[in-house]
Design a protein around this ligand. Structure first.
Ligand code: CAP
Ligand code: MG
Length: 430
């Protein structure tokens, strides 16, 4: 069976260390075999087209032809090994136009999901990876062992610059380490980015003075590239250490450029994954969050939202999200057929700090830490500003919850002697 000039299915093929390997889950339309789909997938994502062409020569085919070497009919999983030469190094847009491009529009595939990619050393090494990573973030924040705790200013949009800075101040003095803008707060008529940044950094300085602790602000600089750059420069000028970027809505190319900008400015990147659900949610279609997280690590974000291991308000299973955490925080990943994971060696690339967020309240802190460990940022928006006594008390309740967790004291017990945590229990029960 051939697609154009080549035959791409080769079950005897032994993948080379230099190959880029992709695992796809694919559901063909009626009457189309998985073998046929493999021919189409491998061909369309590399050197093939629908018919035989005169411009193809055996030399091209020999050096660049991918091989579909694994076909699992029970699970509808296939693996394709692509020679590394097919891809331009450090060009994620180009790489994805191949392995996650036209193939999604193929008539013969009803559903197609990119489950995982093993990147070869040459591609890993061509990307910058995080500038700071977990250690760097801990150094900036001066939080050594426990998870960082933070909030998202709420309402998402609606507060003026002054109100925003006030909410941030109360969050910090209540005991939180991190305050961040929400993903859809950019520069609005009633809340201008530059004015917000000026006022919120003033509030940060005041909060640091009052508490004697390091406080972090994550301003959302999401915009078109030139403006994003200007915003990042402004954050630096005002004494910031981080910027937040909605990495999927700005796109990989803009992110790559921003990684260079932030490198020069010495700023860390907090990556918000808004819109990921459009790609990741259907278990049979799209691109897995695991893959997006791997790409984010390559691109060089320092922190990434990965979900709460099924504990918060967002869709996502514990096993999937724990796999993602492992993938962005470890150096060597073993293949795991149960979770559809391929192996990956990160060749020393710095790890990304996982962010657990979405529907979190102080009452879930212990469970999150138990499940996800301490190398995380735990964020609560509604769970702080929804506290019956307001933002500062909400922040206190979060801090009490993390203290109790680190001391291994049950939250309920700790709440008997900690008023704000007790009030959180009254509101959110457990
Ligand atoms: C959380 C949040 C975050 C989500 C994103 C929100 O607020 O600010 O954007 O965490 O999801 O807008 O929902 P709450 P994820 O604490 O009030 O829920 O982290 O899964 O990408
Ligand atoms: Mg949000």
């Amino acid at each position: 069976m051939i697609y154009g000039n080549c035959e791409f299915v080769n079950k005897k093929y032994k993948p080379k260390k230099t190959d880029l390997i992709v695992m796809y889950r694919v559901e063909p339309i009626k009457g189309v075999s998985l073998e046929r789909i493999c021919e189409l997938l491998a061909g369309e994502s590399s050197i093939g087209t629908w018919t035989k062409i005169s411009t193809m020569n055996p030399k091209i085919a020999k050096s660049l032809k991918p091989s579909a070497f694994y076909i699992n009919k029970k699970k509808n999983l296939v693996k394709i090994a692509y020679p590394e030469k097919l891809f331009e190094k450090k060009n994620m847009s180009g790489i994805l136009s191949s392995i996650a491009g036209n193939i999604y529009g193929m008539k013969e595939a009803k559903k197609l999901r990119l489950e995982d990619i093993t990147f070869p050393k040459s591609i890993i090494k061509s990307f910058p990876g995080p500038k700071y990573g977990i250690k760097g973030v801990r150094k900036i924040s001066k939080v050594k062992k426990r998870p960082l705790i933070g909030t998202i200013v709420k309402p998402k949009i609606g507060l003026t610059e002054k109100q925003h800075a006030k909410v941030a101040y109360e969050s910090w003095i209540g005991g939180l380490d991190v305050v961040k803008d929400d993903e859809n707060l950019t520069s609005m008529e009633f809340n201008n980015f530059y004015k917000r940044i000026n006022l919120t950094f003033k509030a940060r300085d005041k909060a640091e003075k009052k508490t004697g602790e390091k406080k972090i602000y994550l301003p959302n600089i999401t915009a078109e590239y030139e403006e994003m750059k200007k915003r990042a420069e402004h954050v630096k000028k005002k004494g910031g250490e981080f910027v937040m970027i909605d990495i999927l809505t700005v796109g990989w190319s803009a992110l790559a450029s921003m990684r260079k900008v932030t490198n020069k400015l010495k700023l860390a990147i907090h990556a918000h994954r808004a819109m990921h659900g459009a790609l990741t949610r259907d278990p049979k279609h799209g691109i897995s969050m695991l893959t997006l997280a791997k790409i984010s690590r390559l691109m060089g974000v320092d922190q990434l939202h990965i979900g709460t291991a099924g504990i918060g308000k967002m869709h996502g299973s514990a096993s999937e999200e724990l796999s993602i955490e492992e993938e962005i925080e470890e150096q060597k990943i073993k293949a795991n057929p149960k979770t559809n994971r391929l192996e990956q060696n990160w060749y020393g690339m710095k790890p990304v700090l996982a962010v657990a967020s979405g529907g979190v309240s102080p009452l879930q802190i212990s469970e999150i830490v138990k499940t996800m460990g301490t190398d995380i940022v735990i964020q609560a928006g509604g769970g702080v500003h929804g506290h019956p006594n307001g933002t500062e008390s909400g922040a206190r309740a979060m801090r009490q919850a993390i203290e109790a967790t680190m001391k291994k004291i049950p939250l309920k017990k700790y709440s008997k002697t900690h008023k704000e945590l007790e009030q959180a229990f009254d509101k959110w029960k457990n």
